[in-house]
Every structure is written in C-alpha cells, then in structure tokens.
Write a protein that binds this ligand. Structure first.
Ligand code: C2E
Ligand code: CA
Ligand code: CA
Length: 284
C-alpha cells in the first residue's frame, strides 16, 4: 500500500487503513454484478451562463445506488481506477447519458450539451475513440449533444497519447473539455498542444476567491489564454454569489456549482430543461 498507493516509504498501520483496504476488496467483488443490475446512474449538474441565467449544459456525474443507499464517487472511483475497472463504469455512465439525451429529444425538449467524465485509463483501451463514437450513433443522438471531460496528465507516456486521443475525437466532430485545469504540472504546455474546446477551472481556485490575489491573477490568466486559443472557460465549484460576481469580473461567463444546482437525478434534470430558473448575476 505504501509503495503503490500512498507513494511513501513508511506507512503506519491504522484501523482506518484496514477498513479502507477491506472496502476496496468489497467494491471489486460486487462491481460486476452492480453493473449488470444497472446500479450506476448519471446525475446531472447544471452549467449556467451567469450573465443570462441560461442553462448551457449539464455534467453527468456517477452515483451508485446499492441496496437503496447512495454511494458517492470518491468511495469507489479511485478503487475502480486502480483496478482497471473504470473503463466499464465510464462506458456505462456514458451510455445511460446518451439514452437520457435521446429521451429528452423524444419528449420534444431541447437538451443542452451533456459532458461525461472519462478516466485517463481509457486512453489505453483499444479503439476507445471508435467505441465512444459508436455509442453516440447507437443511441441515435449526435456529437453536438455530448462532450468528453478528461483531466490533465503529468505522465510523459500518457501525455502524447492524450494529445492523440483528443485529436482523433476532434476529427470525428466531438467536443472535449479539460477537467480540473490548473492543478497539473503541465497545464501550459497542454493547453498549447491540445485542441480542446473547453477549459474547466478547478474548484480549488474558485474556493480562494474573492480575496486571494494569486488565485484571481491565475484565473484571469487562464481565461485570457483560453480565449486567445478559442476555447471556452467554465468555473466549477461555484458556491456563492460573491464567487460568481468575482468570476464575471475576471471575464468568466459560465459556471457550475452548488450556487446554481447540485447534481440532480434524471427527472429533476428533465424539469430543469423544461423550466430553467437560474438567477442572472449582475456585474458589479
Ligand atoms: P469532477 O469531475 O471534478 O466533478 C466535480 C465534483 O464536484 C462533483 O463531485 C460535484 O458534485 C462536485 N461539486 C460540484 N459543484 C460543487 C460545489 O459547488 N461545491 C462542492 N463542494 N462540490 C461541488 P462528485 O459527483 O462527488 O464527483 C467527484 C469526482 O468523481 C468527479 O470530480 C470525477 O473526477 C469523478 N467522477 C464522477 N463521475 C464519474 C464518472 O462517471 N467517471 C469517472 N471516470 N469519474 C467520475
Ligand atoms: Ca468532471
Ligand atoms: Ca473537475
């Protein structure tokens, strides 16, 4: 555990560690059946244009409903990622997301674009780009309806493959966003080398504003660079009106966070598409 997981030479054994290891084993054991039983579902979090209050997108976030109880991603995503099972989960969530979009279209609604998270482990799944594109056609929707979110990488081996992955998807007309932007070590070189559509400013920067001069400068710089490179910017983890106002002052239009909405289930998302009622933020 010290070597592989925590990357430390010395690890002190605690009951907490034992519990964690046990939970990990249990998740791995019940995962295949849970997928088969359709226990994983996307919840949808609104992306809002702060200036108009318009709903401009959703992010699909995975929830595991097991024996009537909710399990949140931080409890199982790291384990599935480490064990090489995350691809299966990502595809299941993406599939259900595509189906939700199809059903909204069938209801005569006009759903906004929905983004789905793909772990970087997917980069090494054979023909992953084709698999993603096929899911879209299979479900009778279009590239315009979806967006792929992927995080930055620090590993050299992943870096080139990530650039290739994005290029291949872009050639197929897909929309791509770089998640958690600014938290990696290679953000600047990545934004330069990658042809993404959207940059998602990480919550850790949003948490620090207003008031933290360095975070404000950093956010403003990200926005400037992204705009010069024809990318859109969205800030995540916006919880307060003050954060929204500050982001707008720094030049950011789009936001996602509890200030607007938590991730909600399919029925509630349907209602949000029908009657979006988000507050427009007045610029100071
Ligand atoms: P993420 O992609 O950075 O997603 C944003 C997380 O921040 C979500 O947590 C969301 O519920 C939460 N969040 C959004 N707005 C706010 C806010 O205003 N305040 C606070 N405190 N939190 C906010 P969630 O749903 O627990 O997901 C956690 C992480 O798990 C995600 O981070 C993502 O990395 C991963 N994840 C979720 N679903 C999937 C999936 O289907 N596939 C993969 N590979 N990863 C997923
Ligand atoms: Ca995300
Ligand atoms: Ca994120």
């Amino acid at each position: 555990m010290g070597k592989n997981h925590l990357k430390k030479n010395v690890v002190f054994f605690t009951e907490e560690l034992k519990k964690k290891a046990g939970q990990g084993r249990e998740i791995i054991a019940i995962f295949p059946k849970a997928v088969k039983n359709h226990e994983f579902h996307p919840f949808f979090q609104a992306k809002v244009d702060m200036k108009t209050g318009k709903l401009v997108g959703f992010e699909a976030l995975c929830r595991w409903i097991h024996e009537g109880k909710f399990i949140y991603p931080d409890q199982f995503i790291p384990v599935l990622d480490k064990e090489g099972l995350i691809h299966e989960l990502d595809m299941a969530i993406f599939d259900e997301t595509c189906r939700a979009i199809r059903s909204w279209i069938d209801m005569g609604l006009n759903p906004p674009r929905v983004s789905s998270n793909f772990s970087r482990k997917n980069l090494f799944v054979p023909d992953i780009e084709e698999k993603i594109c096929r899911k879209i056609t299979e479900n009778g929707i279009s590239n315009e309806n979806v967006e792929i979110e992927i995080t930055e990488t620090v590993k050299e081996s992943e870096y080139n493959r990530l650039i290739e992955f994005v290029r291949n998807l872009k050639e197929n007309g897909m929309h791509i966003s770089i998640d958690d932007f600014g938290t990696g070590y290679s953000s600047l070189s990545l934004i330069h080398n990658i042809d993404a559509d959207v940059v998602k400013i990480d919550k850790s920067f949003v948490d620090e504003i207003p008031g933290n001069h360095k975070s404000e400068v950093l956010i403003e710089s990200i926005i400037n660079i992204a705009e010069r490179l024809d990318m859109t910017v969205i800030a995540e983890g916006v919880e307060t009106l003050e954060q929204g106002q500050e982001l707008m002052r720094l030049g950011c239009r789009n936001a996602q966070g509890y200030f607007y909405s938590k991730p909600v289930d399919y029925e509630t998302a349907t209602e949000l598409i029908r009657n979006p009622s988000f507050e427009a933020i007045r610029e100071l």
